[in-house]
Design a protein around this ligand. Structure first.
Ligand code: ACO
Length: 336
């Protein structure tokens, strides 16, 4: 039985910066509302014609992670790609990464767990390595939200929050089972599936021909819907639970946390968790101010930047935690 550890991290965000003031020119919103409620000041939105897609952004982040890991693409045994915004309905972007990077015909798995996507993807990769099945796994979280948002006043409750970007990690085998990813913890509660949802097009609900046949300009079914306050209330409870679950599984107290990287859903959620666990500003990493909520990309983007800024060091206990649509939530406890 092995552990897995992260040996390379990478990121990519599109150049196009969209500030809160930019948004106030296209919908009825303002910097004060967005900053106060979410902490977000700006986000990146892919510019039409730039060529960036969920898959290409994932590839760019992956290249950086592979280089930093000091391995070759030929060393990669498996790919796991988390996203809610794939380039195509099917196949998912994992195979696009395999092709674009010229990786041999290894398996490519697509994970659809929204904001918890990266934790789920990490858990799969970790367990494939723990069993000895694979040695090096490329894990990616990438999202292109901006093409699918309702950028009118009608959609402002959702569209101001989300941003585009990608992050990636290389996991490898670790022989010392006191190092690397110690454990991961995954949960779901499908009774709340429709509280944060993109319903159409869906084979079981409304497919494209239904939308076209209705030709209804008030149709909101193909835009994301979020019951914001309900999501917020559940998020703060589940974040706390799943962090405690991870700590307890490893015989750790909350004082053991050196760095908490919460999914960047809302700065207020992160601050609530920080207070609850008695952590200082240096013990929690946030970059939602610059990127908004990038869903499956948010944890690898934040982890990469925390590492780049020297905030994660060998021996640190790093906790990752996420909550989102599904509802799904999860945590990972890592000894760096
Ligand atoms: N600009 C200005 N006013 C706005 C905007 C906006 N962008 N959006 C909504 N409003 C208005 C509303 O219309 C409402 O007006 P009213 O009182 O006249 O009806 C008022 O502001 C308050 O709206 P609420 O939705 O109640 O605002 P709330 O304080 O709940 O904040 C928010 C909304 C930021 C979305 C918050 O609920 C939140 O962060 N929820 C959690 C989000 C989250 O964690 N998502 C999970 C991850 S996402 C994933 O998994 C894909």
């Amino acid at each position: 039985m092995y552990n897995s550890k992260i040996i390379g991290l990478g990121k990519y965000v599109p150049d196009n910066v969209v500030t809160n003031d930019d948004l106030s020119k296209i919908m009825d919103t303002n910097d004060a509302w967005i900053t106060e409620r979410t902490g977000i000041k700006e986000r990146r939105w892919v510019k039409e014609g730039s060529g960036d897609t969920t898959a290409t952004m994932g590839v760019k982040a992956a290249k950086m992670a592979i280089e930093r890991a000091g391995i070759s693409k030929d060393d990669i045994d498996f790919i796991v790609f988390a996203t809610l915004s794939p380039d195509m309905y099917f196949p998912g972007p994992g195979v696009q990464v395999q092709h674009a990077l010229g990786i041999k015909t290894v398996g490519a798995l697509d994970v659809r767990n929204q904001c918890s996507g990266f934790i789920y993807a990490l858990s799969v990769a970790d367990n494939f390595i723990k069993t000895g099945m694979y040695k090096n796994i490329l894990v990616i979280g990438s999202e292109l939200h901006s093409h699918g948002l309702d950028k009118t006043t009608r959609g402002r409750g959702v569209s101001v929050i989300f941003g585009d970007g990608a992050g990636a990690a290389i996991l490898t085998r670790e022989e010392n089972n006191k190092k690397g990813i110690l454990s991961t913890h995954l949960h779901s509660q499908g009774e709340h599936a429709e509280e944060l949802v993109l319903k159409a097009p869906g084979m079981g609900t409304r497919w494209v021909n239904d939308i076209l046949a209705d030709n209804n300009e008030d149709d909101e079914s193909y835009f994301p819907y979020m019951n914001g306050q309900f999501v917020f209330k559940n998020a703060v409870v589940r974040f706390s639970e799943v962090i405690m679950e991870g700590l307890m599984a490893n015989g750790l107290q909350k004082e053991a946390i050196d760095m908490l990287i919460p999914h960047q859903a809302n700065l207020r959620i992160a601050q609530f968790i920080q207070n609850k666990f008695g952590l200082t500003n240096d013990q929690v990493f946030n970059n939602i101010q610059k990127y908004g909520n990038t869903t499956a990309a948010s944890i690898p983007l934040a982890l990469t930047e925390a590492w780049e800024e020297g905030k994660i060091n060998t021996g640190d206990t790093v906790v990752l935690a996420a909550f989102g649509s599904g509802f799904t939530w999860g945590s990972a406890i890592i000894k760096w």
